[in-house]
Design a protein around this ligand. Sequence first.
Ligand code: PXP
Length: 245
Amino acid sequence: MIRLGVNIDHIATLRQARYRDPHPGVTPEPDPVTLARICLEAGAHSLTVHLREDRRHIQDEDVLRLGREFREKLNLEMAASPAMVDFALRLKPAEVCLVPENRAEVTTEGGLDAAGHLDALRPVVRKLKQAGILVSLFLDPELRQIEAATALEAPVVELHTGRFADADPAQRPSALTKLREAAQKADQFKIQVNAGHGLRLSNLPDLLHLPHLHTLNIGHSLVSHALTVGLARSVRDFLQAIAKT
Ligand code: PXP
């Protein structure tokens, strides 16, 4: 069975839209840890957070709380920077996914150029592995990147599905072919294949044709869907509260 990892960053995005600064006497909402618990109780297999350098959504304190409660299910996405490596070595989440990071981007735009940064990444992967952390590399579906993952002895790759997700119907088959070839190559090298970015209920059926998928990490669309299916209930709850006055 393919596993579902839920990226809860955008729960924090909503909280930060209101509670970036301290509001004494108010408990900030929504709370990513409370909603992480709901995701796991609903059957999600793991949780992902991306602690970005600019701290635009998930905050250090969120990740520390998630680590205390769900360390075994926690996948920390992060840049391969010395500060983040120190953070991960202190937190020791089950998994770390190394991603590229660019301050100006709205979301992670491309995969990590592992092939172009072998020397810089080698000690990072080694240190994290020595700490017992499962190391994943977020890669574009290119064979040279999968080969780089082998050279780095990374046990997991997460294939970037963004190009597939954004492709118009005419381009989608070639995007899927690239993903399939990358998944096959990774599996030949005995590397676990995860995938994520831009996955939605509408494009999942096509993606599920890929071989060797272990975990799909899904964030924005899953959280958006939660609003779509949950908003009516929220309105009813508030109407009921108002009616009591
Ligand atoms: N996987 C990685 C490595 C990501 O950077 C992201 C986006 O933060 C996701 C998965 C989830 O992407 P989306 O929010 O589009 O589902």
